[in-house]
Design a protein around this ligand. Structure first.
Ligand code: C5P
Length: 412
């Protein structure tokens, strides 16, 4: 695992039976070429002795916040600065709650507040504790702040129950940690992507929706992450699993999506609008289920905000990429949108059957083919699975984004 070679890893061990696996983790991290220092909570020392970690890491273990010897050598601030990444494994429900509240009443929680490096945590607890809304909310808070959540896995638990909450196995933890040191072309670039349909309520049980599956947006999120970006995915209702290490924010309506996008906009370098946003929503939300009293029923609709256009026209707008699903005159319509919405690039596809392959493409399909346009150029991304296509599109966006950055630095 070359990516961990020479990296300084601070391993935080909290109180849980999975702490015994962290002994093996220490050993494997060193095998992978990392330098490891271990900090334990008091509860962790009840499960495994500091001596075990001292022997395996080759360094004294840190357990006390106010430790004269440690402060004279490597104190807690130095330790926080020394680390290239911090991994809390296992992370108990209690420790996760503490982190979520920014407490600093022991060495490990203080280190977590003091560090500026990537901070990952591997939850490990009983399945009921894991599913408790408090734990779920705390993990959500941490992920929103940019912490990386590794796991948990499912299976048999030490308490005899079966379910989600087991700490990830050591090889998986090592791979995830190594991924933090990925050197992609979008390293340190923040990418926000909208995906999926929106759902516009008519009454408590009915809504206006569309056939978007969210696959293209989710595939783009994964491809951008693989390229090293920090990715925020703002998704309408869909059943796709969140790609690893992508921050996901779920919304239902176009207005909620608009709000979520603008909340995240200050932290965005590239905005990609892959969502199929409903252009209209019912003017009135009926509080009670509509009765079928009439032969005909008309619903008054009102325009939704155009999220993409609003972002592209905002002051300090990021690099903006839109999508256009067209049924006719693809290039003319896409280029018109590129200009009208003030976009840097637009990826357009003809929805329906692909001409050569008899393959249903676009909405709710695994496949797509895209024509990409920008002021002065175009590229054709031939029919492919959305995952492969997403990688090619991210590559193209990266090239143009870097060009755009250079032009900003060196105006002609
Ligand atoms: O104008 P049209 O709906 O064809 O534009 C499609 C593009 O605009 C897509 O990128 C879509 O995500 C975005 N869009 C949006 N907000 C809307 C409508 C479309 O962000 N209300």
């Amino acid at each position: 695992m070359k990516r961990l070679q020479g990296k300084n890893i601070l391993l935080g061990v909290t109180g849980g039976i999975a702490a015994y696996k962290s002994a093996e983790l220490t050993h494997r991290l060193r095998d992978a070429g990392a330098e490891v220092r271990v900090a334990m909570t008091r509860a962790a020392t009840e499960f495994v002795t500091p001596l075990t970690f001292q022997a395996l890491s080759g360094h004294p273990v840190h357990t006390q916040l106010l430790d004269e010897n440690a402060e004279a050598g490597m104190g807690h601030i130095e330790l926080a600065r020394w680390a290239d990444a911090v991994l809390i494994a296992p992370a108990s429900a209690d420790f996760i709650a503490k982190l979520a509240h920014g407490r600093a009443d022991d060495l490990l929680s203080t280190l977590c507040l003091a560090t500026r490096t990537p901070l990952a945590f591997a939850p490990a607890m009983n399945q009921a504790m894991w599913h408790d809304p408090a734990t779920q909310a705390n993990c959500g808070t941490l992920c929103q702040r940019g912490l990386l959540q590794f796991g948990p896995a499912s299976g048999e638990q030490a308490c005899g129950e079966t379910g989600e909450g087991r700490m990830l196995e050591v090889p998986e933890l090592i791979t995830r940690l190594a991924d933090c040191f990925e050197q992609g072309e979008l390293q340190a670039v923040k990418v926000m992507i909208t995906a999926g349909p929106t759902s516009e309520p008519i009454d408590p049980v009915r809504f206006i929706g569309n056939r978007s599956s969210g696959r293209m947006g989710f595939a783009l999120a994964e491809a951008a992450r693989e390229a090293g970006a920090a990715v925020t995915l703002i998704s309408g209702p869909c059943h796709l699993a969140t790609p690893e290490r992508v921050q996901r924010i779920d919304v239902e309506t176009a207005e909620q999506m608009h709000r979520a996008v603008f909340e995240q906009l200050p932290q965005c370098d590239i905005f990609i609008a892959a969502a199929a946003v409903a252009d209209y929503r019912p003017l009135d939300l009926h509080a009670q289920k509509l009765k079928k009293d009439h032969a005909n029923l008309s619903l008054a609709l009102t325009r939704n905000p155009d999220i993409l256009s609003d972002v592209a026209h905002a002051p300090n707008s990021p690099f903006v990429v839109g999508f256009a699903a067209e049924t006719v005159n693809l290039e003319i319509n896409a280029r018109e949108k590129l200009v009208r919405k003030n976009l840097d690039m637009i990826a357009a596809n003809l929805v329906g059957l692909h001409k050569n392959e008899k393959q249903d493409i676009g909405f709710n399909s695994e496949y797509n083919a895209l024509q990409v346009f920008w002021a002065g150029g175009a590229a054709s991304l031939e029919l492919d699975r959305k995952s492969a296509l997403a990688r090619r599109l991210i590559q193209l966006i990266t090239t143009h984004y870097q060009q755009h950055k250079n032009d900003e630095k060196n105006p002609a």
